[in-house]
Design a protein around this ligand. Structure first.
Ligand SMILES: CC(C)(COP(=O)(O)OP(=O)(O)OC[C@H]1O[C@@H](n2cnc3c(N)ncnc32)[C@H](O)[C@@H]1OP(=O)(O)O)[C@@H](O)C(=O)NCCC(=O)NCCS
Length: 382
């Protein structure tokens, strides 16, 4: 039940049942179909989690290999779409590029308008591979480099790095990308997942629902926060500037710390705990350790500040993932497309779940405008 106080932003409103994830905001706990994300991030390859979300159970060895191979086989982006990418302005926002390219993929997908369950699973596999290929291709294309086709023997995380660099992926980097993707792939009724479910609930197709989701993820209150967090660390620039920056920008000017705060978590976001450890380990072994130190010092200042304490504001998933992705030498404006390529398994799982027991998602709004105004002819208006 909603109250006047909390219905703004649909806070606390449930849209129904889901078997995909439990987000326990009070305890700071996240389960994917029953499994703790800490265990999955430490042990599973992304495709295992894809299988878990799509089929509601972990795969055996044969099922995992079959899914891995299927996604790798379907990851190739049609030449027509690669040709379009080459025409896009090189300074375009990468999320706008991804949104447009995924929309274009529908035009070349043999199952595009087929809403049967079997077609939707094929599209889910194809989109999972292709969105990874697009996210690797764009930073190359905009630098004038040729995109690289996926390798058939790699898993998604390895293939992403291979398609990005053209080199055999370093195992530590592939492991970090894999853990990032596992942690980001599903998160209850977040804004982008909600918009994908709204779109599919009208009977529209999977590509349309994913385009809705990508457009929603783009905003800085959602997936755009990882890029904004890194820009903020770079604006601070040096460890000895953190204190002054916090006082001037946050306390005096009232800016928000990007990557802090969450609609659901009133405790530490469990994904941030795992990513913090990863970020620290990667940063200590890199030539840019200062970014982790800056992030850590800023988080500590917030943790001790009454304003942040009273509002239960802690680092969320985007805060330390910015450091992880920067240390892996990804372009800062590509961080949000990486979020999208990780979330694709969750989005597609929710789309199929919505379709399995669909009712048009169509909430109401309370009209508060004027009533029964007299019609005024065009020449008589001021
Ligand atoms: C995520 C976010 C949009 C959640 O929004 P929400 O649930 O609607 O919460 P609100 O925006 O109403 O914020 C609640 C209070 O905390 C404050 N607050 C929230 N996030 C804050 C932040 N990052 N820095 C400073 N203050 C913050 C708000 O100003 C508000 O204060 P008030 O009660 O005095 O008005 C919000 O925390 C935010 O903007 N965070 C930064 C962006 C980000 O990291 N997004 C990724 C989320 S995974």
């Amino acid at each position: 039940m909603t109250t006047e106080a909390n219905k703004k932003g649909l806070a606390g409103v449930s849209i129904g049942d889901s078997r995909l994830s439990l987000v326990d905001g009070a305890e700071g706990k996240l389960l994917y179909s029953g499994y703790r994300i800490e265990d999955l991030a430490a042990n599973a390859i992304y495709e295992e989690v894809v299988h878990l979300l799509w089929k509601q159970r972990l795969p055996n060895t044969q099922e995992l290999e079959s899914l891995r191979a299927e996604i790798a086989r379907m990851a190739e982006v049609p030449n027509a779409v690669i040709g379009q990418l080459m025409q896009y302005p090189v300074d375009a926002n990468p999320m706008a590029v991804l949104r447009t390219a995924v929309s274009a993929l529908a035009l070349y997908d043999p199952d595009a308008e087929d809403n049967s369950l079997s077609a939707n699973w094929r599209k889910a596999s194809r989109l999972t591979g292709q969105i990874t290929a697009l996210t690797a291709a764009w930073p190359r294309i905009r630098k004038g480099l040729k995109p690289i086709a996926p390798r058939q023997d790699f898993n998604i995380a390895q293939n992403f790095l291979y398609m990005l660099t053209g080199e055999e992926p370093d195992s530590a980097a592939a492991d970090a990308i894999n853990a990032y993707m596992v942690l980001l792939t599903e998160h209850g009724m977040n804004a982008s997942t909600f918009s994908s479910r709204v779109t599919i609930s009208t009977g529209a197709d999977m590509h349309s629902a994913i385009v809705s989701a990508i457009g929603t993820l783009k905003g800085p209150a959602h997936g755009g926060a990882n890029t904004e967090a890194m820009k903020m660390f770079m604006e601070i620039g040096e460890l000895d500037r953190v204190g002054d920056w916090f006082r001037q920008e946050i306390k005096e000017k009232g800016r928000r710390i990007m990557g802090i705060g969450h609609r659901v978590y009133r405790a530490v976001d469990p994904r941030a705990t795992v990513l913090r450890e990863r970020a620290e380990a990667l940063a200590r072994n890199s030539d840019t350790p200062k970014w982790f130190d800056i992030a850590e010092m800023l988080a500590n200042m917030a943790r001790q500040d009454p304003y942040f304490i009273e509002r239960n504001l802690y680092p969320n998933v985007d805060y330390y993932s910015a450091i992880v992705l920067y240390t892996l030498k990804l372009d800062v404006d590509m961080f949000t497309p990486l979020f999208a390529m990780s979330r694709i398994a969750g989005w597609t799982a929710h789309i199929v779940e919505q379709m399995s027991d669909n009712r048009l998602i169509r909430p109401s709004v309370d009209y508060v405008g004027p009533m029964d105004l007299p019609w005024v002819a065009l020449p008589d208006r001021n």
